[in-house]
Write a protein that binds this ligand. Structure first.
Ligand code: CDP
Length: 778
């Protein structure tokens, strides 16, 4: 623990020996290409696959009719909605899956897809949530019995009456409307699957890009009727997930179903534009935030209202009892008396989603809202935003802290993290420089943005969190072999986070064996223990805990073998964590390691003991963990062009006890880059006809090394009191925490001229318009 162990998995990645779904090649394998709708809203009149079938190499053209025969034309979403696998009646978003062509090779499949003739009766689409909820909006979900409007669900949290009263009596109130634009996780590897039904064994193997193989197997079993033990999901190396590979997509089902029917392996690999246009999007929250405060900046109440665009189906990927994800945490790092949040969600003719893009289920939107609102309040009061934060932080001695929306924060020390970040950023000097530029009417304005965010990760306690009814525990299975080497199998699924290294470090720490003597396996439902998968930074908080506990079980058993070998009574044997050895109390010179005694577990185990040295743990966390951090971003805004340049970017994170600081650093860098993409460049947009106008990498702008500044990172350590090794998650903190810091910085550069908000993505034209409106343009 705490060592910068090099990533074990990198040997295969940097030598080109990774094994991704598209690397899976099976004898006799067929290829699948999906036919997608060019329209956002249209009734299908006819599908004619005859021209496609006439092509060399095309084996089958599948439509909803074919799937209906197997009861597979629709599938449940993770939020209990029903989504078409192939459209049966009405297309509900552009790029929706209409038919599938199965062919001997990918070229034939692609040619075939172009020759499938579909006639559509085009209907009026509606792409934004506000219009969708108007009385005369076209009805999208006429497949839901009795449905007469596009309303998806309502949600609320907190105490409305007390919050309203606090606002009525407040000395100061501020309000700001802000849109968290629709984003796409855009992992480097798109989605894909190889369905491989073996009629001999009557077993269906699906190799797929999955962040959650076990729950996917359960869902496959429930939908297809194939018994669960006859299904094997293999998720090999996954080239980035970021939440995008949590839902089940039609392509997976079609590849599996086609393989089952045709009794040959069938591969489906998505193209980039298909991935962006049809798979789970993130955010798309139109938010209104209000703060009630005293004149000296004490926050008394927070009120938020959200309009959420959920696309054509409610297909968010999150614990099922939380329709608005973990948006409840919108009071952030602040000790607020009362709060109230409400949300309305709408169906629109856009791709479904609302997935947790490198975040814990909508915590990103909540953090953005509250961290922006604190800046709005500070500007209204003419106070330093750092001081407003200090005035309102939950104090270290208030933990465990129950928030006004009923969430139990485990631990935190927010002011120390903020002070550290401000010092690293040379905050006071930059404030002076900012004023100097204003006084001298300089061409480039300086802006300083802060975000002191609190995350909530580690879903979750089974009492409140489940996916499709399965409680959100996770698991570890450790086998120490006779030679003292160990295999750890986990229920989570790495997609680049380095679990093969950090989870081995946990075992090494708990058992005193060398980290190189531990191999970590995951992503195969036939061999790994059941787990809920990797998303929402839950791996370390949940499977990391399971790993530590399983290792401790092994240590307990090893102790009795140690006593046997040391010829001492078991109660006289002690474990020395420092040296990783057992010794007799008071006689440290006589010691044995787990490696030394592993053989004893198989060859010389004490009478009455079971042989072997193995343990399994299924861990249901008592609570979630609450990592936090303070980011300080300093930008220059060019008054002539609206361009924003990063002058300094400081990130201080606290994820409790740190397993591998180098991996944490990598996680922070990657997440900050994604935060910059969010704040500055990325957005999926639609035209009035429902065409996706940000649906490829020419239009959906990802940041490159050119746009990313040097990051200065720091850390504080506030262990989680309930986690076996005191660790919290970290993978998402930077994506969650950085967008408000960046927007706060750009707003701050223009705040002296009355600018209170700038919408993301803050492209030069957006910023320039604000400069112009504020009379700051050159
Ligand atoms: O669930 P996911 O793996 O995406 O996120 P995480 O649990 O936050 O972990 C991301 C990576 O950082 C993993 O390799 C963790 O083991 C590592 N980590 C760490 O070294 N120390 C921590 N306190 C938390 C995470």
């Amino acid at each position: 623990m705490g060592e910068e162990v090099s990533r074990k998995e990198d040997r295969r990645f940097i030598t080109g020996r990774g094994n991704y779904v598209d690397d899976v090649k099976k004898p006799g394998m067929l290829h699948c290409e999906l036919v997608r709708s060019p329209h956002a809203h249209a009734r299908i009149e006819e599908i004619d696959g005859s021209r496609a079938m006439a092509l060399d190499g095309v084996v089958a053209v599948l439509t909803a009719d074919d799937l209906l025969e197997y009861d597979l034309a629709t599938m449940p979403t993770l939020m209990d909605d029903t989504q078409d696998v192939l459209v049966n009646d009405k297309v509900k978003f552009q790029s929706q899956e209409v038919a599938a062509v199965i062919a001997e090779d990918r070229y034939a499949a692609k040619d075939g897809a172009e020759k499938v003739d579909v006639s559509y009766d085009v209907l009026e689409p509606v792409v934004d949530a506000e219009t969708a909820l108007e009385d005369d909006a076209p009805l999208i979900r006429d497949d839901i019995e009795g449905k007469e409007d596009n309303h998806c669900f309502d949600w609320e949290t907190g105490d409305e009456e007390a919050t309203d009263e606090a606002f009525e009596n407040a000395a100061v109130t501020v309000e700001e409307e802000m849109f968290y634009q629709r984003l796409h996780p855009a992992p480097i590897e798109t989605c894909g699957a190889v369905g491989d039904y073996d009629p001999g064994k009557d077993k269906l193997t699906v190799h797929m890009t999955s962040q959650a193989p076990h729950i996917h197997r359960t869902l496959f079993a429930q939908v297809s009727g194939i018994p669960e033990h006859k299904i094997r999901i293999v998720s090999p190396d996954v080239g980035g997930g970021f939440g995008n590979k949590v839902p089940i997509y039609p392509g997976y089902v079609v590849a599996a179903a086609a393989s089952y029917v045709l009794e040959r392996p069938v591969k489906w690999i998505e193209e980039r534009s298909e991935n962006i246009q049809s798979t789970g999007f993130a955010r798309d929250y139109d938010m209104n935030g209000e703060i009630a405060a005293t004149e000296d900046g004490e926050i008394r109440a927070i009120r938020v209202d959200v309009l959420a665009n959920h696309g054509a189906y409610n297909a968010a990927a999150q614990p099922s009892k939380f329709p608005a994800g973990f948006f409840n945490i919108f009071t952030g790092s602040y000790d607020v008396e009362t709060a109230y949040g409400s949300l309305s969600a709408a169906y629109t003719n856009t791709a479904p989603g609302g997935i947790a893009y490198r975040c814990s289920f909508r915590v990103t939107e909540a953090v953005y809202l509250v961290e922006r609102m604190v800046k709005v309040l500070a500007d209204e009061l003419g106070m330093d935003p750092a001081d407003v934060r200090r005035r309102n932080f939950i104090q270290p001695d208030q933990f465990p802290y129950e928030s006004p929306t009923g969430w139990n924060y485990d631990s935190g020390d927010y002011e120390t993290a903020l002070d550290e970040a401000l010092e690293m950023a040379d905050y006071e000097a930059y404030r002076d420089e900012q004023q100097r530029r204003i006084d001298e009417d300089a061409d480039k304005l300086l802006g300083i943005g802060i975000s002191s965010f609190t995350e909530v990760v580690g879903a979750g306690p089974g009492k409140s969190c489940d996916i499709a009814g399965v409680e959100m525990f996770d698991s570890a299975d450790i086998r120490v072999h006779p030679t003292g080497k160990a295999t750890l199998r986990v229920g989570v699924q790495t997609q680049g986070q380095g679990h093969e290294t950090t989870f081995a470090q946990i075992v090494a720490e708990e058992l005193g064996i060398d980290v190189d003597d531990v191999v970590v396996e995951h992503g195969d439902t036939d061999t790994d223990p059941y787990g809920l998968g990797t998303y929402g930074s839950r791996s370390t908080p949940v499977a990391g805990a399971a790993t530590a506990i399983a290792a401790r079980k092994i240590r307990d058993k090893a102790k009795s073998i140690a006593a046997n070998e040391l010829e001492a009574a078991e109660e006289d044997v002690e474990w020395d964590r420092e040296s990783g050895e057992f010794h007799v109390a008071g006689a440290p010179e006589r010691s044995v390691t787990v490696t030394e005694i592993a053989a004893g577990a198989y060859m010389n185990h004490p009478g009455g003991e079971e042989p072997g040295l193995e343990a399994v743990n299924y861990y249901d966390p008592p609570e979630m963990t609450y990592p936090f951090g303070s980011y300080v971003v300093i930008v220059e805004v060019d008054r002539e062009t609206g361009e924003v340049e990063f002058e300094k970017f400081v990130a201080v994170d606290d994820c409790g006890n740190r397993i591998n600081p180098m991996i944490i650093e990598g996680q922070i860098h990657g997440g900050l880059a994604q935060g910059i993409g969010t704040a500055m460049m990325e957005q999926i947009t639609f035209d009035d006809n429902g065409n996706v106008t940000g649906g490829d990498f020419m239009n959906y702008l990802l940041p490159t090394a050119m746009e990313i500044p040097e990051f200065e990172t720091g850390h504080t350590v506030t262990p989680s009191p309930h986690h076996p090794i005191g660790a919290k998650g970290v993978g998402e903190s930077p994506t969650v925490g950085s967008p408000p810091a960046i927007v706060n910085a750009v707003v701050d550069a223009m705040a002296h001229a009355g600018v209170s908000h700038v919408e993301m993505p803050m492209t030069p034209d957006v910023v320039w318009k604000h400069l112009e409106e504020a009379g700051l343009e050159r």
